[in-house]
Design a protein around this ligand. Structure first.
Ligand SMILES: NC(=O)C1=CN([C@@H]2O[C@H](COP(=O)(O)OP(=O)(O)OC[C@H]3O[C@@H](n4cnc5c(N)ncnc54)[C@H](OP(=O)(O)O)[C@@H]3O)[C@@H](O)[C@H]2O)C=CC1
Ligand SMILES: CC(=O)C(=O)O
Ligand SMILES: [Mg+2]
Length: 405
């Protein structure tokens, strides 16, 4: 067994199995404490909440509690390995919520037969939480699940793999384009993958100025084009009227490659086909579509990002979900809307261009970091992220009329 694999297993097994636990926030030592915490004292907030459900925010953990919910159908890039196998990732998301944004999060892995059964399960428990972060649910079911839950729940419901990924991708991409001296309106974009992350990333890039007809999206069958008759509703939105059919066909002259598909799917030699000063986001986890060392060996003019912590430019939704929820929960937003997403993109972009605090340099073993090809997006441990993104998101929620307080 490799040293890293053993360390990763040990990290999860010790000192106690898993990565999260529940801690008490009030005293529970004396008879008097118990009389307040449980019977008879607990009856008082029960009555208050029965009278007005909003009192749950005052007397329970609801307002700072997010459910991280998965069915394990698209666990990172590992595929459909079932709900229980997704638990380490969901506990990991809970860890990140707490570590970076002080949000209490609990993982819930749901076994279900039909999409409707999954939706009903989540809708039926939603009132317990201040927000719901859907995670690693595969396309196309994820689109219906999120839309239906947004309709049925009074709290923010956010499919992280769609919108968290899209927000970070858009921020990193706009910064990378600026460094490469290109603009998004003219960019030829190749997107390998046509699932949850791909569709949301491309839709947000279009909102940022990308031209739909200059996007070439591919699934396992190749380029998504107008003559295909097997396309789902969301893939059809990206059907390109083109005679190009393969990855090699569309990589010719491309300015941007976004990989949200699976490991090692981008042959190094296809990079040679791209335009000058290209941008390659190989975001599949844990193994990217192409390893940075292979990519850099083919081209020295590219900007390269992955979803991982151990290379420069980590384009990963960890840079978004803790902070966008912090901003939403702080103003008790009923939804996470486009205005809040755009505010998160802009905050992320702006932070990248500012001086990096010494503690971030130390945590990332760097002597210096400044806006450049190897620093297009902030590091996740940057303490400015929470304050800056959350306040921008809260403001956008207030301005767009979805804030509850
Ligand atoms: N860095 C980050 O922050 C994030 C990265 N990701 C990564 O993106 C990837 C996809 O996740 P997600 O969108 O949630 O999953 P989905 O299951 O919703 O989508 C997966 C997509 O990848 C396509 N795909 C898989 N294998 C191939 C292949 N050999 N050739 C071409 N296309 C392929 C599938 O094609 P088809 O439709 O034909 O089945 C599908 O369209 C994962 O690797 C995940 O780790 C996801 C979210 C965040
Ligand atoms: C980062 C993440 O959410 C994923 O790879 O699925
Ligand atoms: Mg995910």
């Amino acid at each position: 067994m490799s040293d890293f694999r053993q360390r990763a297993l040990d990290y999860h097994a010790k000192p106690t199995p898993g990565k999260i636990s529940v801690e008490l926030s009030t005293p529970a030592d004396s008879v008097d404490d118990l009389a307040l915490a449980y019977s008879p004292g607990v009856a008082e907030p029960v009555r208050e909440i029965a009278e007005d459900p909003d009192n749950a925010y005052k007397y329970t953990a609801k307002g700072n509690l997010v459910a991280v919910i998965s069915n394990g159908t698209a666990i990172l890039g590992l595929g459909n390995l079932g709900p229980l196998a997704s638990k380490p990732v969901m506990e990991g998301k809970a860890l990140l919520f707490k570590r970076f944004a002080g949000i209490d999060a609990i993982d819930i892995e749901v076994k279900h037969r039909t999409t409707e059964e999954f939706i009903n399960t989540v809708a039926n428990i939603a009132d317990t939480f201040g927000g719901i972060n859907l995670e690693d649910i595969k396309a196309p079911e994820c689109f219906e699940i999120e839309q239906e839950l947004i309709k049925r729940c009074k709290i923010p419901v956010f499919h992280d793999d769609q919108h968290g990924t899209a927000i970070v991708t858009a921020a990193g991409m706009l910064n990378a384009l600026e460094i490469q001296g290109k603009n998004i309106e003219n960019a030829k974009i190749v997107c390998l993958g046509a699932g949850a992350a791909a569709v949301a990333c491309m839709e947000l890039l279009i909102k940022c100025g990308a031209q739909r007809e200059r996007i070439y999206m591919l699934d396992r069958k190749g380029v998504i084009h107008t003559r295909r008759e097997d396309l789902t509703e969301h893939k059809s939105l990206f059907a390109n009227n083109t005679d190009k059919r393969t990855l090699e066909d569309v990589m010719d002259g491309a300015d941007i490659f976004v990989g949200v598909s699976g490991p090692d799917l981008l042959p190094p030699e296809t990079l040679a086909l791209m335009a000058d000063n290209p941008i390659v986001f190989a975001c599949s986890n844990p193994d990217p579509e192409i390893r940075p060392d292979l990519a850099h060996a083919v081209r020295d003019d590219l900007i390269m990002a992955t979803g991982r912590s151990d290379y420069p430019n980590q384009v990963n939704n960890v840079l978004c979900f803790p902070f966008i929820f912090r901003g939403a929960l702080n103003v008790r937003a009923s939804a996470i809307n486009d205005e809040m997403k755009v505010a998160a993109v802009e905050a992320l972009r702006a932070i990248t261009k500012e001086e990096v605090p010494a503690e971030v340099l130390a945590a990332s073993n760097s002597k210096s970091l400044s806006f450049s090809k190897d620093y297009i997006i902030p590091k996740p441990m940057d303490p400015r992220l929470c304050e800056r993104i959350a306040s921008a998101v809260s403001k956008a929620a207030i301005d767009s009329g979805v804030a509850g307080i």
